[in-house]
Design a protein around this ligand. Structure first.
Ligand code: 3H9
Length: 696
């Protein structure tokens, strides 16, 4: 604090809490400085509690609560949630602030989340820097607000709005809440603390104290509970906490519970959920993602990438171009013909137009974005590019021709990347004079939506090229994962193994519908056979045909092959593993099931029907087994990256953490026993020996 009238009364080095007093000792300013995000840890709670307790007896006019650094308190310290809850608990601190005899004012900036918002709601007044984000994101961690945040919001802004905050977990802009009981003043420019101090000074003693608990009242709003529940469940994607919280809110609303009673019930549910498997997995996912982002950006030896070239304006090329444009980078876009280029530009525009229609973008934004793009049919134009990404179709010879041309026309320092999903990047690198600057950048379709990007290190790729690509991945707001060269790299290789097991289970007499239902009830965003229909069954069929040296793949994939050979390519032909009506609705297909059954007969496969749980387990064991093989071969060097791949590339349920987390939870001994059984039942080629101790 720079106010010359202030005197520092107290400073705790460990928690970074500082108490200053000003205005002749009548205005106390408590400042929290606990980087990176002022998460409210046990120590912080304890310090704040002592401060408020000791200030209560002093002759003050008011207290200002503020934070330094990038944000106000961004929540309870999530790291503490894997241990027993430690006293003092947040509700105790909050109760002390609510009962504090003089007004307490919170000055907010950054991301005021979870316990941070609960703390702010305990105060009598809230000022916020314009665009501050306010949120109760607890449900994203499989828990609910545990210190009365939902109740206080119900009281201050109504039940509907509280449901929106607490059951969807989506942060909202403070500006939208100005002049409500949530936000009393916005700060557009100037120093927040200075303006908060003058706000405090203007408070008269008669108007100043609020009481959200004694005045707890939530009557008078109509809520369509059925449709609200449907929406909340849909957004929750299998996480139980949002619907449980909604039930609580409904009970409070319909039974007219007191604040105290309602808080007790919510606290109980919070503690119960905190220890649930879902919450543990979601915390694992949170910290695994943070670790990934930190690793990807923690290096200084990266090159500068300002201008990017993209070769190819097909579907993948359009998505990739959009990633760079959205990151504000200059783009040079190459296609073979003017016609193909214009088609790509048109598709790019159409993608943005749909955002304009939904009100997520303006025409001016579109113009600004299109200004970044320059199209051409000649490679010479790529000369200024620091990076060129090739997004032509999946053919090794075509890619080699392109890379020869890129090597010739791009500046010496340019990094050359291929977006191949399967092909051998080493042999692509060899056709250039700069194999150390050739790398794989494997985007997932649709490239501008999917958060995963594989950074493929070829035999000779230089370290600084990998580091530059990892940092670029974060800049593109993706999760970049470094992988080595093998067929399908890490992601598609695991996906192929998963698909192969699904096909085997089909051949063993488990129906199309039973398998899809088992996997969606496990939590996968879509059943594996529905996914095949959606992406086109012929795509995998053609890729496997090129891999005829892997005969077991061909045998295993007979159900898919049979679909293709009978013209059932998936949704695009209105028929695949399912039938598709003119309305687009998906229905079961006896014809498809018959094709599968015939294949099983031809291969003399003994039926082996499984329960839904056994189907899920076989599919997961296949993923764990392939993942461990990938680790053993050194294709990926950190097992948690395989979970990132599945969370962000294949719609794996976040509340299950990822396949390797699933395996680790089951435990090495259990996994070993199950893999041995499968090895015995099938073969060691399909279920090879792997180093189980890597599961952690
Ligand atoms: C809660 O509050 C429950 C209550 O109801 C209590 C009831 C009793 N704890 O993301 P970043 C770390 S539940 C501990 O890279 P950004 C993060 O791991 C909580 N650590 O920065 C990273 O560490 P490192 C509700 C946390 O600017 C560093 O901070 N709150 C926490 O891109 C920087 O993070 C939430 O769910 C935390 N709460 O984004 C908020 N938050 O440097 C979760 C962050 O070692 N957090 N860290 O890798 C976020 O959404 C983002 O981190 C935030 C900042 C938007 C705050």
């Amino acid at each position: 604090m720079n106010n010359p009238l202030c005197h520092v009364r107290y400073l705790c080095i460990e928690t970074g809490i500082q108490l200053n007093v000003t205005d002749n000792n009548t205005l106390a300013v408590i400042e929290i400085n606990s980087p990176p995000v002022n998460a409210i840890s046990q120590q912080l709670r304890a310090e704040l509690l002592i401060l408020f307790q000791s200030l209560a007896s002093q002759d003050l006019h008011s207290v200002l609560l503020t934070c330094t650094g990038r944000t106000f308190v961004a929540g309870a310290d999530i790291k503490e949630m894997d241990t027993e809850p430690l006293e003092p608990h947040l509700p105790e601190l909050i109760a002390t602030i609510v009962r504090f005899p003089k007004p307490v004012i919170a000055a907010l900036h950054g991301t005021v989340l979870g316990g941070g918002l609960e703390l702010a709601l305990a105060c009598d007044y809230r000022l916020a820097v314009s665009k501050t984000k306010l949120g109760l994101p607890e449900v994203n961690l499989g828990i609910i607000p545990g210190a009365g945040g939902t109740l206080r919001l119900m009281n201050l802004i109504g039940v509907k709005a509280a449901i929106e905050f607490a059951c969807t977990g989506k942060p909202q802009n403070a500006d939208e809440w100005l002049n409500t009981a949530l936000i009393h003043k916005l700060v557009h420019k100037g120093d927040l603390t200075e303006q908060a101090l003058s706000f405090c000074r203007q408070l008269t003693l008669t108007e100043s104290k609020q009481n959200t608990e004694a005045d707890f009242s939530i009557q008078g709003q109509y809520i369509d509970w059925d449709s609200t529940e449907k929406r909340v469940k849909r957004l929750a994607k299998g996480v139980e906490a949002p619907a449980l919280l909604l039930n609580e809110i409904k009970a409070i609303y319909s039974l007219g519970l007191s604040f105290e009673h309602a808080l007790k019930r919510q606290r109980r549910l919070f503690l119960q959920l905190r220890d649930s498997d879902q919450a543990k997995a979601l915390r694992y996912a949170f910290f695994t993602e943070k670790k990934n982002q930190k690793l990807a950006t923690s290096t200084s030896s990266t090159r500068t990438i300002n201008t990017v070239g993209v070769v190819g304006a097909g579907n993948m090329g359009v998505g990739i171009a959009r990633c760079f444009i959205d990151a504000g980078m200059d783009l040079i876009w190459i296609e073979q013909t003017e016609e193909a280029l214009l088609r790509g530009m048109d598709n790019l525009r159409k993608g943005y137009q749909s955002k304009i229609t939904k009100g997520h973008m303006t025409e001016q934004d579109l113009d600004d974005k299109m200004q970044l793009v320059k199209g051409s049919t000649v490679y010479d134009r790529l000369a200024p590019c620091d990076l060129v990404v090739e997004a032509a179709f999946e053919d090794l010879e075509v890619k080699k021709i392109i890379f020869k041309a890129l090597d010739q026309h791009c500046k010496d320092s340019a990094i050359l990347a291929t977006n191949t999903s399967y092909l051998d990047i080493n042999s692509i690198a060899k056709v250039t004079s700069r194999p150390d600057q050739v790398v794989g950048l494997h985007f997932f379709s649709p490239a501008h939506v999917m958060k995963l990007i594989e950074i493929v290190r070829a035999e000779n790729t230089a370290d600084d090229v990998i580091k530059t690509m990892l940092a670029l991945g974060v800049k593109l707001r993706k999760y970049p994962v470094e992988v080595g060269v093998c067929f399908g790299f890490a992601a598609n290789r695991m996906y192929t193994r998963y698909g192969r097991e699904i096909q085997q289970m089909l051949l063993e007499g488990n129906s199309i519908v039973a398998i899809d239902e088992a996997m969606t009830s496990f939590g996968m965003a879509m059943g594996p056979l529905t996914v095949q229909d959606l992406s086109g069954i012929d795509i995998g069929y053609q890729a496997r045909a090129k891999q005829a040296d892997k005969p077991y793949d061909l045998g295993y994939f007979r159900p898919s092959a049979s679909m293709v050979e009978n013209g059932r390519l998936g949704r695009k032909t209105q028929a695949g593993f399912y039938q598709y009506l003119a309305s687009g609705e998906k229905v079961e297909s006896q014809e498809a099931q018959l094709l599968v059954d015939n294949e099983a007969k031809k291969l003399s496969i003994i039926p082996h029907r499984l329960t839904a749980e056994a189907i899920q387990q076989r599919a997961m064991l296949a993923l764990v087994s392939e993942g461990l093989l990938i680790i053993d071969e050194g294709i990926v060097n950190d097992i948690s990256l395989l979970d990132i791949i599945w969370l962000h590339g294949y719609g794996f349920p976040r509340f299950k953490g990822g396949p390797m987390y699933w395996g680790a939870k089951l435990g090495c001994a259990d996994i070993d026993e199950k893999l041995q059984l499968l090895r015995h039942q099938y073969s060691a080629d399909i279920w090879p020996e792997v180093t189980l101790s890597n599961l952690k």
